[in-house]
Ligand binder design. Structure first.
Ligand code: NAI
Ligand code: MG
Length: 345
């Protein structure tokens, strides 16, 4: 039987998680959904954002669906106080989730809420694959009175496995991978490039591979986003490029993500946005990023491609028919948005 662990978290998290669970139950008959407290809610109940019990439950699940954590209640200047975000980093690390996938596909119905012109956006459909557990964020850090350093370190194995994720993803898409690095300057990038080409030559020669320098990629994302299919890059570059790419599609309330790791463990699926404490409890949160994250869970977590595509298509159709939550300039609440999507299933 399929088991999904849900972590509603804080703020609007529980509001957008509840209808997503109904969607899961619709698409996966008999699914066992196990809900756990996480983030700020877990700090209140247990004094820590991620308990051993929740981690153990997550490890036995087929996939984990996370809404959002955090809020002013847990903001503190005390460095020793527990913080909701520790739960996010903790669970990603403990589950070995080294590949972060963020699809960017601005919908024609929402072109007007993007900062870019319709002509430039039209046809944009890309997937940013970011390495999530290596590189400069995890390298040795030093600091004295007069200097500081962060070490960028990658093993061949770390690059090899993320390259495979990107090539595999491209096969189900337009068969094109841009590998983004700074090989004209950085040694880690030169090895990155070599390893990506070795993986490509050995196992993915059917996929087209292009190398691109990160500064050029940043420019091209804004100037000509339709040229990209899959972008694969290291942790720091991916952090920056994925946020830039995300803004092509207008609202934060629309963006899903998946974090994947070892093939025998669960993936983690979550919207890109936070817990939106400013609108929590009002029933006005846009649940679409959460629904699209649920679609990614079906696709990458349960290998249910048909169902994933059906859910994505229902979201598209609801928007085409005029569904607009407040963040998209409309008046629809969370329940209405859910009902509008249900209509197209
Ligand atoms: P946020 O993403 O929660 O909100 C930014 C703005 O976007 C707010 O005005 C909010 O109302 C709006 N917004 C976000 N999601 C929305 C949705 N689904 N529907 C309608 N409007 C939406 O980011 P912010 O305000 O910087 O952070 C709030 C809290 O969330 C903080 O405690 C932060 O640490 C946490 N956070 C958690 C994340 C996670 O759980 N992955 C990611 C980012 C922030
Ligand atoms: Mg970021």
């Amino acid at each position: 039987m399929t088991k999904i662990v849900t972590l509603p978290g804080d703020g609007i998290g529980p509001e957008i998680c509840a209808p997503a669970v109904e969607l899961l139950e619709h698409f996966v008959p008999g699914v066992e959904v196990e809900e756990h407290v996480f983030g700020g809610a877990s700090i209140d109940a247990h004094g820590t954002a991620l308990t051993d019990e929740v981690l153990a439950a997550a490890k036995t699940a087929d996939a984990v669906l996370l809404a959002a954590v955090g809020g002013p209640k847990w903001d503190t200047t005390d460095p020793s106080a527990p913080r909701p975000e520790q739960g996010l980093l903790g669970i990603r690390k403990a589950l070995g989730l080294y590949a972060n996938l963020r699809p960017v596909r601005p919908l024609p119905a929402l072109y007007d809420s993007s900062a870019l012109k319709r002509e430039i956006l039209d046809g944009t459909d890309m997937l940013v694959v970011r390495e999530l557990t290596g590189g400069i964020y995890f390298g040795e850090k030093t600091r004295t009175e007069t200097d500081a350093s962060d070490l960028c370190h990658y093993t061949v194995e770390e690059v090899d496995r993320i390259a495979r994720v990107a090539f595999e993803a491209a096969r189900g898409r337009r068969n094109l991978v841009h590998s983004v690095d700074k090989a004209n300057v950085m040694e880690t990038s030169r090895q990155w490039r070599q390893v990506v080409h070795e993986v490509h030559g050995a196992d993915f020669a059917d996929v087209q591979l292009e190398d691109q320098l990160v500064d050029s990629c940043a420019m091209q994302l804004i100037a000509n986003p339709t040229q990209f299919d899959v972008i694969v890059t290291e942790n720091l570059f991916g952090d920056i490029l994925s946020d830039a790419a995300a803004m092509l599609s207008g609202s934060l309330g629309m963006l899903p993500s998946a974090s994947l790791g070892n093939p025998d463990g669960p993936g983690l699926f979550e919207p890109v946005h936070g817990s939106a404490p400013d609108i929590a409890g009002q029933g006005v949160a846009n649940p679409l990023a959460m629904f699209l994250s649920t679609a990614m869970l079906l696709r990458h977590g349960l290998a249910m491609e048909t169902e994933a595509a059906a859910l994505e298509s229902a979201v598209d159709q609801a928007l085409d028919a005029g569904l607009r939550t407040r963040d998209l300039g409309g008046t629809a609440g969370t329940d209405e948005a859910y009902a509008a999507v249900r209509k197209y299933l």
